[in-house]
Design a protein around this ligand. Structure first.
Ligand code: ARG
Length: 578
């Protein structure tokens, strides 16, 4: 039996509804709104009352009377206007918990109709170092990628490199300005390239003519100038190699390393299509599409700029065309800063007007900013944008300070300590991010973010390590797992909590909200802690009780590990404290 508790209860209710000739559409339970009164509730009687012209309490009473005869159910009551409150029998809870322990998906089903999703996250740009703003896209995107894969969908992740916009022309112009030509381009490393970008950026802010040159070079590059293309390819390759390293460290997985530039051919098709459909017009030398205003002003989409270049919007529209035609995407999800909401609204509208992605679900998951203590986007001390690599180093240093030095603990030399530092630091960074609703910003916290108590990643990693240690001790004493027995409230609560796994995963999947998983992991770890305080494992009075608790402990460990995996967080076997 690996079906979830809800499914099992729903089946029981369905049979009863059929016997009573009630519409089985309403034969389902949800977690109780009053956990003090019951474990689950069914509100079906309320929905049925109106069409049947009956008193909901009467319908509920009939259902309850039959449900009461089921030995899996400890108590049923009809409360309020007709809620059916259901409490489960401990033996039943024990059986279900036992079945979860024997199931590698912990009772979690898969989606009924798996489909293909293209996920667009990461979004790095050539020559620009990843900054703190890129953290959320990678962390949230990776978590949603793992959740969607776990529920059975096929996910193709694409980093969508920013490699076709004006910054490219700016860097090339700057190199030509300083070197007199592009001859030396291929001697520059990432650091040198981003220094050129910084200088170009400063220059273009002040100097209209420099900006114009950069714009023209960008257009020429896009239209095939061989010299620019050659330099561009080098700049892009160096940036990709650099960015791959940091994403590997972050544990963000990309199936495709395509960029805006890969959509160039499709851009032409989009522009043609818009002309054929008669939705574009020429305005001041540019080709644009006007969009109907909704409740807010909708600026037009610029298909071709007056200098002949294509911009960020067209590359995105063309990329959708490719993802639908070539990759056969049935859904496309963007995990991109909330400040780009208007951009995606425009892009999706044009896609609809042009009929590029019929029946394809397009969604933009917009995240809030990572802020400093002042509530404004996180900055370095001198007011610049915080580099992602610097932020990671700061976090690691903080964690390193709370750890033993290499050699202080047997078996932990420098590589072992550094591996742990990295796992804990990323656990802390990612959990701090993912415990918040995606849409809201949060303050990046470096003081308590890696504490082993409180709602942190390391708290959960620590809970896992603690259970690992219990399991090692049990093994040393030849204690083996046995059938689950539920005798007291903490065992009962823990087992009931474990049964929510499927529900939690599916809510996180439906709402595209990893914080639901983060919350659950935290409460499950807390429940375990309560359980462990009152329910000794090795020293229980009877060996059957020890064996049952050992099985529960192992199950909690496995579920927590799975939850951390879904958040993109590692679970070290052992945690060390200074
Ligand atoms: N490179 C962009 C930026 O840094 C993000 C790209 C997001 N993805 C997309 N398909 N527009 O703002």
């Amino acid at each position: 039996m690996s079906s979830s508790i809800e499914q099992t209860l729903n089946q029981k209710l369905e049979k009863i509804f059929q016997r009573l000739k009630l519409d089985t559409k309403f034969a389902f339970v949800k977690n109780s709104d009053r956990p003090d009164l019951s474990d689950f509730q069914c509100n079906g009687a309320l929905a049925l009352a109106k069409p049947l012209h009956k008193n909901p309490r009467e319908i509920a009473g009939n259902i309850a009377a039959l449900l009461e005869q089921d030995t899996d159910i400890a108590a049923v009551s009809v409360d309020g206007p007709g809620f059916i409150n259901i409490s489960l029998d401990n033996g039943f809870i024990a059986r279900i918990a036992g079945s979860l322990a024997g199931d590698e998906r912990f009772g979690c089903k898969k989606v009924e109709k798996p489909h293909k999703i293209v996920m667009d996250f990461g979004g790095p740009n050539v020559a620009k170092a990843l900054h703190v703003g890129h953290l959320r896209s990678a962390v949230i995107g990776e978590s949603i990628r793992r959740i969607e894969t776990f529920v059975g969908n096929t996910v193709i992740s694409d980093v969508h490199f920013g490699d076709w916009g004006t910054p490219m022309g700016m860097i090339i112009a700057e190199i030509i300005r300083q070197d007199g030509s592009l001859d030396k381009v291929e001697t520059y490393d990432v650091g040198a390239i981003s220094a050129f970008y910084k200088q170009a950026n400063a220059r273009c802010k002040e100097d209209e003519a420099a900006k114009e040159t950069a714009r023209q070079i960008t257009a020429d590059l896009q239209n095939g100038n061989p010299e620019y293309r050659k330099a561009w390819k080098y700049l892009r390759d160096v940036s990709v190699a650099d960015v791959k390293k940091i994403y590997a460290e972050l544990g963000a997985h990309f199936d495709l390393w395509l960029g805006e530039s890969d959509a160039h051919a499709a851009c032409g098709e989009v522009i043609e299509l818009a002309k054929d459909k008669g939705v574009s017009e020429v305005d001041d030398g540019a080709t644009i599409i006007r969009l109907p205003e909704t409740n807010k002003p909708m600026p037009p989409v610029i298909l071709v700029k007056s200098d002949g270049g294509v911009g960020y919007q067209v590359t995105d529209i063309a990329t959708i065309k490719m993802r639908v035609n070539d990759l056969k995407a049935e859904e496309i999800i963007y995990v991109v800063d909330k400040r780009q909401t208007l951009h995606f609204e425009q892009v999706f509208q044009v896609v609809q007007m042009l009929g590029i992605a019929p029946d394809v679900k397009l969604s933009h998951i917009g995240f809030g900013t990572v802020n400093g203590a002042d509530g404004k986007p996180f900055k370095t001390r001198d007011g610049g944008v915080m580099n992602l690599a610097d932020l990671i180093n700061l976090s690691k240093e903080k964690v390193r300070q709370s750890m033993p030095k290499p050699g202080e603990v047997e078996g932990y030399g420098e590589p072992e300590i550094e591996k742990l530092v990295s796992e804990i630091a990323f656990g802390a960074i990612k959990f701090q991010d993912l415990k918040n609703n995606i849409g809201s910003g949060y303050v990046f916290e470096l003081d308590d973010f890696a504490k082993f108590d409180g709602k942190t990643g390391p708290y959960i990693q620590y809970a896992i390590a603690r259970i690992n240690s219990i399991l090692r001790k049990a093994q040393a004493q030849n204690l083996t797992e046995g059938d689950v027995i539920i005798e007291n409230a903490d065992e009962r609560n823990l087992a009931l909590k474990l049964m929510q796994f499927e529900n939690v995963v599916f809510r996180a999947h439906e709402e595209k909200e990893p914080s639901i998983i983060a919350d659950y992991a935290y409460t499950l770890a807390q429940n375990f802690s309560n359980f462990y305080n009152t329910c000794p494992i090795m020293t229980a009075d009877e060996v059957q009780i020890s064996a049952s608790r050992l099985k529960l402990a192992r199950l909690v460990r496995d579920v927590l590990k799975q939850l951390l995996y879904l958040l993109g967080i590692e679970a070290p076997e052992v945690m060390l404290k200074a």
